[in-house]
Ligand binder design. Structure first.
Ligand SMILES: NC(=O)c1ccc[n+]([C@@H]2O[C@H](COP(=O)([O-])OP(=O)(O)OC[C@H]3O[C@@H](n4cnc5c(N)ncnc54)[C@H](O)[C@@H]3O)[C@@H](O)[C@H]2O)c1
Length: 252
């Protein structure tokens, strides 16, 4: 068990990678605070974890709302007594809208969910982790869109690049002596429900991503194993890094 005695808060835990991460972390002994704005799905995940003998609590909450963030972190400390691992996983896409096409509304929403929410959660988590002798671990689920110019529209790519910048800043300031480590994951194409949100893709944005070649498609469980590595002491000297998991999509 790689996460025995640890409390892990996972956002976007009702679906896709967040769900897989919450379940794997619980199997590895973590007490999981599973968060999602979709209350039904997160309750279902928490129930599945408990039915298989794990410990979990579901929290219906939106990462763009400060009061919900306070509830998420407070639930971790009041229910389980600590907050050791934060996985900022909740994220949304933007229909590949280019900078010439994106509306203020889409830009603001994508930045709020993919960047400002993770920053506010990290801020709240660090205020707990900093007081713990064992510190903590922050994992931000970015994207290969955080490393390259396509794989999303202007707001998605900008938000994920900035999330990686935030990760490095946390690592450099809080992790120098390995007390609070922060790393990012950059998945490529993964088989989740996020594809269903691509309802009216930009023609120009799609042309740009098609230029990157066909993406191999991974499963959420494959990303959960990367998150487990970064959450556990197996990665105790890994700090401020971005771990790509894209089946070689960006290697060619
Ligand atoms: N699927 C991919 O191909 C892919 C590739 C690279 C990166 N990512 C990133 O992985 C992360 C997880 O995505 P996924 O593919 O598992 O998607 P998903 O749509 O299956 O799951 C995302 C979950 O996040 C929740 N969510 C969305 N906005 C929220 C908010 N404001 N507050 C709380 N919960 C919210 C949704 O309800 C959903 O349950 C995202 O950050 C995404 O950008 C996905």
């Amino acid at each position: 068990m790689k996460l025995s005695g640890k409390t892990a808060l996972v956002t976007g835990a009702g679906s896709g990678m967040g769900r897989a991460i919450a379940k794997l972390f619980a199997e590895e002994g973590a007490r999981v605070v599973a968060v999602d704005m979709n209350g039904d799905s997160v309750e279902a995940v928490a129930s599945e974890i408990k039915a298989s003998g794990g410990e979990a609590v579901g929290v219906a909450g939106n990462v763009t709302k400060q009061e919900d963030i306070d509830t998420m972190v407070e639930t971790a400390t009041s229910t389980f007594g600590s907050l050791d691992v934060l996985v900022n996983n909740a994220g949304i896409m933007d229909n590949f809208l280019t900078v010439g096409e994106v509306t203020d509304e889409v830009w603001d929403r994508v930045i709020a969910v993919n960047l400002t929410g993770p920053m506010k959660l990290a801020r709240a988590a660090i205020n707990v982790m900093d007081k713990q002798d064992s510190g903590g671990v922050i994992i931000n689920n970015a994207s290969v869109g955080g490393l390259f110019g396509t794989r999303g529209g202007a707001s998605y790519v900008a938000s994920k690049h900035a999330l990686i910048g935030l990760t490095k800043n946390i690592a450099a300031t809080y992790g120098t002596f390995n007390k609070i480590r922060a790393n990012a994951i950059a998945p490529g194409g993964v088989n989740t429900n996020i594809g269903a949100t691509i309802t009216a893709p930009s023609e120009l944005g799609m042309r740009a991503i098609q230029g990157a070649g066909e993406a191999p498609i991974g499963e959420p469980e494959q990303i959960a194993k990367v998150a487990l590595f970064l959450a556990s002491d197996d990665s105790s000297f890994v700090n401020g890094d971005v771990l790509k998991a894209d089946g070689g999509w960006t290697a060619r």
